[in-house]
Design a protein around this ligand. Structure first.
Ligand code: URA
Length: 282
């Protein structure tokens, strides 16, 4: 009998196996695109309607993360939903459940699992990175890949460890496909959750690891080279008092640019001094 070699004759599992055999083992986009359609039908331009004026500053960026069909109104709704869900969480477990239930982020669909946090939630110092990569997505914990190994060494050099006295999370809780950088809309929709996360942990000091976390949480356009090494205050509505915050280079950047490690070391020493002054470490 003649074998049917047509792709359409394959079961979904066989088709997936075929892709893997061809080396296609990454999801690169959040949405499946039908490239046979004319572009206007793939990503309709959303014109502000009378009921949704273009006044909301975040709407343009957030619209990009929501399903195109939702348009600006859907994006504003997602932003509101993120804020409401985050504010309602009274414990870390509730916050984790809130993030899991939030459907406004497309990257949730391509990620394997949520990456919430690691370390000791009672710790008095909290580190906030950018977004999970492939290793974190597989294991479900932040900073477990090569940059995480360097971060652990950096923490160890000033007497910190995630097992004992450090707590770690990310601005984004889901891996962006193909390890791309999170876009502005994804960051905007994730900010209410990471802000609430910091409020609930209420550490004595917070460290923003890398430019994405630093810019997003300090609401600045300045780059990490300018921001790093300077103490500032992190403020959020539910905090009784601001939390001292410092930014430092991301370990992934330090792996690519080892000549910058001396600056990272200076920042670590500054952190160590601050933690001593706050009575966090002896
Ligand atoms: N980079 C990050 O910013 N966070 C992780 O969890 C892993 C890599």
């Amino acid at each position: 009998m003649e074998e049917n070699l047509s792709i359409s004759a394959l079961s979904p599992f066989q088709l997936l196996q075929f892709y893997v055999d061809c080396g296609v083992d990454e999801v690169m986009g959040d949405e499946t695109l039908d490239r046979t359609l004319i572009p206007e039908k793939i990503l309709p331009m959303v014109a502000p309607s009378a009921s949704t004026p273009s006044a909301a500053p975040l709407s343009g960026t957030v619209a990009a993360a929501s399903a195109p069909a939702d348009g600006v109104a859907g994006a504003i709704e997602s932003m509101e939903e993120a804020r409401t869900l985050a504010a309602a969480a009274q414990t870390l477990d509730e916050l984790r459940a809130a993030i899991d239930s939030f459907k406004g982020l497309g990257i949730k669909r391509t990620a394997t699992q949520m990456v919430f946090a690691d370390g000791n939630p009672q710790a008095r110092v909290m580190f906030v990175g950018e977004a999970p990569g492939a290793d974190e997505d597989r294991i479900g914990r932040p900073f477990v890949g090569v940059s995480g190994q360097l971060l652990d060494k950096m923490l160890g050099s000033i007497g910190l460890s995630r097992e004992e006295n450090a707590y770690i999370s990310n601005v984004i809780n889901w891996r962006p496909p193909g390890n791309r950088a999170p876009d502005d809309a994804e960051i905007a929709l994730s900010l209410p959750f990471i802000r609430r996360h910091i409020e609930l942990v209420n550490p004595a000091a917070v460290v923003f690891v890398g430019g994405v976390a630093a810019k997003a949480l300090l609401e600045t356009t300045q780059g990490i080279t300018r921001l790093r090494g300077k103490w500032t205050d992190f403020e959020a509505p539910a905090l009784v008092q601001p939390i001292p915050a410092i930014c430092m280079f991301h370990p992934a950047y330090l792996l690519r640019s080892p000549q910058q490690k001396s600056l990272a070391w200076a920042d670590l020493l500054s952190l160590k001094n601050k933690l001593r002054a706050l009575g966090v470490i002896s």
